[in-house]
Design a protein around this ligand. Structure first.
Ligand code: FAD
Length: 248
């Protein structure tokens, strides 16, 4: 093939085939994930509670249903994940301060050890990596999917431009440009998510205070909150054309 785009997730065979190493960090945390139905509407709003074991995040699904990412200490994960539905529902209702009313747990529970992993190189030997093949981060701040979409839009833009010029779409020049265009976004998001996650686990009061102050200011100052939301979903500096709604 002229070019392979590795979108095969965190255990990427494409990454291995390209001979690309990763930098890996593990955290003393596990994420329990499952879907739930609830009595009160979520209002299409995602709610993230920051607890001393990590984030507890409710992501809205269609109807009165949500998906939960519940980050706990690894020692607590087996006990919580094996609770009967009614007991687990009570625990979730308590931890979510009954925000969504009465909870019913749906079938299908997952447990993931939390880790961060970033590929040392985003493209080589006619293979480029996108999404979790290139970067895995803890599920805090909802950054993973958007980062992957920006990867996909960027390589799409580069390939279309190269084809138009009659250039080789898998050349070292093209994979190098992909690396250049994506590296700052990937590195800055990984660092920000790592810092936010560590600030939850840390007992260091000044760090906890800084996080609390940051969240307080975001809550109180509308323009700051909107700017942070925009930057989280669609950063001005690394927005490829497809993500701006422009044709290639
Ligand atoms: C618990 C948890 C909660 C998260 N919450 C959020 C969130 O709220 N917001 C957010 O933005 N992100 C979140 N993320 C991150 C988000 O899920 C990922 O960023 C996203 O799924 C990555 O997409 P991907 O396509 O790169 O990888 P994946 O979703 O892993 O997809 C890879 C695909 O490749 C396939 N595949 C792998 N190997 C092969 C092969 N050899 N042949 C054929 N197919 C293959 C797999 O079957 C899979 O379908 C969360 C992640 C976790 C673990």
């Amino acid at each position: 093939a002229h070019l392979v785009i590795g979108a095969d997730g965190r255990r990427s065979l494409c990454r291995t085939a390209a001979g690309i190493e990763t930098e890996c960090r593990t955290y003393p945390q596990s994420a329990l994930t499952f879907n739930l139905a609830h009595a009160r509407p979520h209002g299409d709003t995602s709610t993230e509670f920051h607890t001393e074991s990590g984030p507890f995040t409710l992501v809205p699904l269609p109807g009165q249903r949500s998906s939960l990412v519940f980050v706990v200490k690894p020692a607590d994960a087996p006990r919580l994940s094996s609770l009967a539905d009614a007991e687990l529902a009570g625990e979730i209702e308590r931890r979510s301060h009954s925000l969504l009313g009465k909870i019913e747990i749906e079938s299908g529970r997952g447990v993931f050890p939390l880790a961060a992993e970033v590929a040392r190189c985003l493209g080589r030997n006619r293979i480029v990596l996108i999404g979790e093949a290139a970067h895995v981060m803890p599920p805090i701040g909802a950054q993973g999917l958007n980062l992957g979409l920006r990867d996909a839009a960027t390589i799409g833009e580069l390939v279309v431009a190269a084809r138009r010029e009659g250039d080789d779409i898998g050349s070292d020049d093209l994979t190098g440009r992909y690396e250049h265009m994506r590296r700052a976004d990937v590195t800055s998001r990984s660092l920000a998510v790592d810092l936010l996650n560590r600030s939850l686990l840390s007992d260091f009061l000044p760090l906890q205070g800084a996080r609390g102050l940051g969240l307080y200011l975001l809550d109180r100052i509308g323009p700051l909150r909107r700017a942070a939301m925009r930057e989280g979903v669609a950063p001005a500096a690394s927005q490829p054309r497809l993500m701006r709604g422009e044709a290639l």
